[in-house]
Design a protein around this ligand. Structure first.
Ligand code: F6P
Length: 324
């Protein structure tokens, strides 16, 4: 292997730049030529591929977003699109790829590898933490801390006005951000897609809680089975039937995707980036470099996207026990 290319794809996450830096510098350290593909699969199709050097990744370890930019490409879903992408890589003699992204990125990478056989190793870059094969994904810790900061602030005003706040956090179909920001923020309730939400049970528990508390913070994962925070708030309000109680909704949205990565995310990103390059050189392909129990582990893309990563059961118990 002489030339590799790296790209970031799907929703950006804090730490993608740190990962990119690790990929580029490890590749150079190992004597490889390294190229950066701009705008993920879209740029691969359009030939937006540039040589990268050590200085190309200077001063980015601390920056959110991704200097290579990211995109979600419809064209890459077509065989013609993927063929164009392959032709562009072939022209440059690229013989290895590092894909930094989440499940959509790995779905594309798996298909591309199966069709064209360019060895590819992924790094788990998504705030959602919904990738099997790594304890945490790059960006998750930062997103949780961003959500936590917001929850702390909302709690101040919730308490001042005796209000009930429903705070919606991101996570797509997973509840990891909700659970960890909920535990950290002392949320009274947390609703996640992984467990069936029981609104009657929630209302009953809220009524009980009101004997001891005058305000509450309820964290709702955006993918909850009962709907988003606004919908759930309306349903709960209807069931509680208490005109003296004020209900508010805050949707945190894309602030969870930005910001300087935490130390945890920078270290994880750097480890995964280095491991991806070393893995490629050692013959790893069609798999992701993640970190499980402190160790680098390579997991086939098929498992990363096909197996569900469960929420830690103790985390759910914690919320129930600590909210009394
Ligand atoms: O996958 C990351 C994520 O931020 C999810 O949490 C969220 O559902 C989605 O991306 C939002 O996507 P977009 O930025 O395209 O609106």
């Amino acid at each position: 292997m002489k030339k590799i290319a790296v790209f970031t794809s799907g929703g950006d996450s804090p730490g993608m730049n740190a990962c990119l830096r690790a990929v580029v510098r490890t590749a150079i350290y190992k004597g490889l030529e390294v190229y950066g593909i701009h705008r993920g699969y879209a740029g691969m199709i359009d030939g937006e591929i540039k040589r990268m050097y050590s200085h190309s990744v200077s001063n980015i370890v601390q920056r959110g977003g991704t200097i290579l930019k990211s995109a979600r490409s419809e064209e890459f879903r077509t065989k013609e699109g993927r063929q164009k992408a392959y032709d562009n890589l072939k022209k440059l003699g690229i013989d290895g790829l590092v894909a930094i992204g989440g499940d959509g990125t790995f779905t594309g990478a798996k298909l591309f590898f199966e069709e064209f056989g360019i060895p590819t190793v992924g790094c788990p870059g998504t705030i959602d933490n919904d990738i099997y094969g790594t304890d945490y994904t790059i960006g998750f810790d930062t997103a949780v801390n961003t959500a936590l900061e917001a929850i702390d602030k909302i709690r101040d005003t919730a308490a001042a006005h005796d209000r009930i706040f429903f705070i919606e956090v991101m996570g797509r179909d997973a509840g990891f951000i909700a659970v960890e920001s909920g535990i950290g923020g002392g949320a009274e309730f947390v609703m996640v897609p992984e467990t069936k939400t029981d609104l009657d049970g929630l209302v009953k528990a809220m009524k009980n809680l009101r004997k001891s508390k005058t305000s509450s913070v309820i964290v709702v994962a955006e993918g909850d089975d009962e709907g988003n925070a606004e919908t759930i708030m309306k349903k709960v309000k209807e069931k509680i039937k208490d005109d003296n109680k004020e209900f508010k909704v805050t949707t945190l949205g894309h602030i969870q995707r930005g910001g300087n990565p935490t130390a945890r995310d920078r270290v994880l990103a750097s480890r995964c980036g280095m491991a991806a390059v070393e893995g490629l050189l050692a013959g790893e392909q069609n798999c992701m470099a993640g970190v499980t129990n402190q160790q680098v582990v390579f997991t086939p893309f098929g498992d990363c996207i096909g197996k569900q990563k469960p929420i830690i059961p103790d985390h759910l118990r914690l919320i129930n026990i600590l909210n009394i």
